[in-house]
Design a protein around this ligand. Structure first.
Ligand SMILES: NC(=O)c1ccc[n+]([C@@H]2O[C@H](COP(=O)([O-])OP(=O)(O)OC[C@H]3O[C@@H](n4cnc5c(N)ncnc54)[C@H](O)[C@@H]3O)[C@@H](O)[C@H]2O)c1
Length: 417
């Protein structure tokens, strides 16, 4: 189709930016985002998501654009915008719809529009395709073509980067699928799986995260069961993990905007077919209930009105991403129990945390707390002195079990799930 296509990536967040930079090593690539501040920062070689370094941005030929008329120059448009859920846990497709309107106005005969956002099967062809047709006055599958390539990267993971993992691609026609295999394959040494069709590729992504969610829910459930039996779930998991096919999941909070969100997309798709997704929603309910459960367990170990330091507000270790962080629910629950809670997270953005959650992060923990709660396993927390942070007789509540094998000073009490 195209020998040397110009590519536009729409939405330069956790997914779009690393992808655009990886593709720009081989193609002419422009990156477009509606967040002008983000574009300014990127032009100054600053990636607030921490995925790429200054050097990587400075070395890249990626062109940043805020004016969508430049998108007309691209042959392939790749849309990587958010797909969250609303307050009712139903898919919120406004960003993919809006990006489809923007791109629809800029495509021409022969264009290829690929979606990477996580969706339920059918969104690319039944929701976005018609918007692109309407805006462009072109016909999908005849004048321009749709594609889908789910994104699998894992924020903060420097091993499974976009150029090192198998990329699933699908196209509206075989020719488009082959084009996408070639384009993406250029970036990742041909490590491509061509899915049967777009809906299959959409379905494959959404079950990857739903499967993780259900597995974590199972471990969270057995944590409760074994806790009541006086057994440590970690000891049990360690023993069971010696079997070759035992899956290594650990208990805890499930936040962020992938594992805690994508299962709702699948559940919504099921409900539209009058299928009640019992396992999927049970998993969600168990995992969503963990923040209160953990807070209640910690509260039971504390004297009234304790001073508590919570370490971490990001949704997972070693990332600044605070979206849909369940630590926030845990903090609020501890406050409802009457405790005075400080939250420390050197990776999270202070302003964003205040704006999103009304939590003012402290700059440096003073010390002398009644309890410290290790809520997120940022590597930097391991160098903190628990002896300085917690009063003798105080509690170390180790939600992520980061001190479990390292041990805590003998004058402190230790609790983990
Ligand atoms: N973060 C992950 O690790 C990850 C992994 C796999 C899949 N995904 C999926 O990838 C998609 C993107 O996620 P993300 O984490 O990169 O989101 P993000 O919030 O980090 O980035 C999205 C970017 O899109 C921009 N944007 C929003 N609406 C736009 C529009 N109409 N036009 C242009 N730009 C727009 C935002 O300003 C933002 O910079 C989601 O569907 C997500 O589920 C994310």
């Amino acid at each position: 189709m195209f020998e040397n296509p110009t590519i536009a990536v729409i939405g330069l967040g956790y997914v779009g930016l690393p992808l655009a930079v990886a593709l720009a090593r081989h193609f002419d690539v422009m990156g477009f985002d509606i967040d002008k501040k983000r574009i300014e920062e990127l032009r100054d070689h600053h990636d607030r998501t921490g995925e790429l370094t200054r050097g990587e941005l400075a070395d890249s030929t990626l062109q940043y654009v805020v004016d969508d008329s430049f998108l007309e120059e691209a042959h392939i448009h790749i849309i990587t915008v958010p797909t969250p859920v609303g307050a009712d846990n139903k898919p919120d497709l406004r960003a993919v719809e809006s990006a489809s309107r923007t791109v629809g106005r800029r495509i021409r005969m022969g264009s290829v529009v690929v979606f990477e956002s996580t969706v339920y099967p059918g969104v690319t062809e039944e929701v976005c395709g018609p918007i692109l047709e309407q805006e462009s006055d072109l016909v999908a599958g005849r004048d321009f073509f749709l594609g889908y390539s789910p994104e699998r990267i894992n924020p903060g993971d420097k091993v499974h980067t976009v150029d090192q993992i198998t990329k699933v691609v699908a196209g509206q026609t075989e020719k488009v699928a082959n084009l996408l295999a070639k384009v993406y394959g250029t970036m990742n040494n041909g490590n491509i799986y061509i899915a049967k069709d777009i809906r299959t590729a959409e379905a494959s992504k959404v079950i990857e995260n739903a499967q993780r969610d259900i597995n974590i829910a199972f471990v969270n459930e057995i944590t409760d069961i074994f806790g009541k039996m006086g057994l440590s779930v970690h000891d049990v998991l360690e023993a069971a993990g010696t079997k070759w096919n035992f899956l290594p999941f650990t208990p805890g909070l499930v936040g962020g905007h992938c594992i805690g969100v994508d299962p709702y997309y699948l559940a919504h798709a099921a409900q539209r077919l009058n299928i009640e997704p019992r396992v999927i929603l049970a998993g969600r309910a168990i995992n969503d209930g963990m923040a209160h459960k953990i807070a209640d367990r910690i509260h039971a170990e504390l004297k009234p009105e304790s001073n508590v330091l919570v370490l971490g507000v990001a949704f997972k270790e070693n990332v600044p991403d605070i979206r849909n962080s369940k630590v926030v629910d845990m903090v609020r629950r501890l406050q409802e129990h009457g405790h005075d809670v400080d939250v420390y997270d050197p990776m999270a953005d202070v302003e964003e945390t205040r704006r999103e959650y009304g939590i003012g992060l402290i700059a440096e923990p003073a010390g002398g707390y009644d309890a410290v709660v290790g809520a997120v396993g940022h590597s930097s927390f391991l160098s903190l002195s628990l002896r300085r942070l917690v009063k003798p007789g105080g509690l170390v509540a180790d939600v992520k079990a980061i001190w479990r094998s390292r041990g805590v000073p003998s004058e402190l009490r230790y609790w983990t799930l």
